[in-house]
Design a protein around this ligand. Sequence first.
Ligand code: F6R
Length: 574
Amino acid sequence: MCGICACTGNLNAVKLVTEGLKILEYRGYDSAGVAYIENENLKVEKAVGEICNLEKKVENLVSFTAIGHTRWATHGGVTENNAHPHFSFSKNIAMVHNGIVENYKELKEKLEIDTWRSQTDTEVFVNLVEKENGTLLEKIISASRKVIGSFAVAILDEKGNLVLGKRESPLYVAKIKNGIMAVSDTYVLSGLTENFYTLGDNEFAEIKNDEIYFYDKNGKKIIKNSEKMQKFDKKSTIFEKTHMKSEILETKNILKTTYKNYQDGNLFSQIIFPNRPKEINLIACGTAYHSALQGAEYFKKIGIPSHAYIASEFRYGNEILNKNALYIFVSQSGETADTIACAKMLKEKKMCCLALTNTPNSYLNQICGNVLPTFAGKEIAVASTKAYSCQVFVLYLFSLYISGKFQEKEKEIENFLVKFPLVDIDKNVVDKISKFEKIFFIGRRQDYITALESSLKLKEITYINSFAIASGELKHGTLALIDEKSIVIAICTEEKTKEKLFSNLEEVKARNGSVLLVTNFETNFDNLKIPTFPPSLMPLVSIIPMQFLALHICEKLGYNPDKPKNLAKSVTVE
Ligand code: F6R
């Protein structure tokens, strides 16, 4: 959510920053801007919409220092005024900010400034910085003490001083050829450097004379160790028109890579967790919550009580914690604020926490210390597809590891990976489904979870009102909505629930609703046939046509699947 890129050195900083912002665009694409030094003056350029709009405005600018931002609006609508960077009142300082200043209203009143140029909390923050005494670094350190909330900031003043600060939102800095670059995602640094530094909470950095100096919240210099850049395997990437399509098509390869990495059991044996945990609880948001639900099914199958929680609910609930339980935090980005808040809370209570993420140096990984990586590769499209499949797969493998059945299942898994089907959905079926006003997804147990994920995918990129329901629940209320304007898409991959689900579909047909059954079983209903594999692996098979369905309807309606409206890839605010 919001991307930051800052750069200084003997280089074309504005160009590098805008290129960096393009890579970070998945984090927010409402508006973008850069601040830079030109003829010893601090200047700002901004544009609403995609980065290319900003690029046109700055293509001829040359500056050795620049800070840039791509925005996902939190405070204030999508306007040029609300876009970052924000100037302080005197226009001597410019700031880009990712995060939320929770007490901005109170701080705003105290600042006693008559005219505000934006409705943002960031403008309050930069003015707070300006009012402090000392060097730019001293100012940001003391201003941050007054701020309640989260921030990753890059601040540039008219003298060309560049400082960074971080609390909860991610920020990394690295030496690159001829200069230094700070970013909110290390992916930008890929190919530019071998090593980088992660700023910790309430840490600050000053970039001076081609060096990076780090400070703690008291302004005391600290020494930080650099970390090795992860190699992003761009070779395996399938290049389609949209990231979402490429990412769905990559699923087969990344499941294979994931398996290869877990096959020898080393990754599992490195994590610390109670031997035969008494409970396994999973905490996550959105799509990751759906993989957590599948995970809970896997753990229950091996006899361990397990429950999946929505992070934003868990946090304020009265859940009874268990010292002998394992708490798994599932998150593609490892940045999701609600998930992080829960991890912090449970870590403080000394619970055994494990992060399941797709981002090697993520904040969630740092909090948990105990990590199971997914190997999905960078996921750019906002709608998660391949990362979801990878999360489900790793949770399945983990359940086998705990139950001691990993070896026993090896052949079965290898066969599955060789034959893994990327079942697409026929154009005629897409045309037919897209005509319905109401689209419901149903299923039982693991298929209900797939239904939940299918419905989320559809609504987030097509804006069609859809929801998922456990098929047995249909007649307890939702059936009232079924008529000739409705289609019910049912997922059925388990023998034990098959007959009951078929009866539910008859009930739909009796109310003039249409039906599409996604199944590996023989049936007389209109259906999409998927191949049969062992039941536990079927959620990986059945989700693919549902992801394609959302994608094709989205394309048919003329929307961009990679950048759904109102959404951003990393949700770093609660
Ligand atoms: C939907 C989607 C979101 C994320 C959710 C959690 O396609 O991607 O629902 O799953 O915002 O994000 P992570 O997994 O990064 O914690």
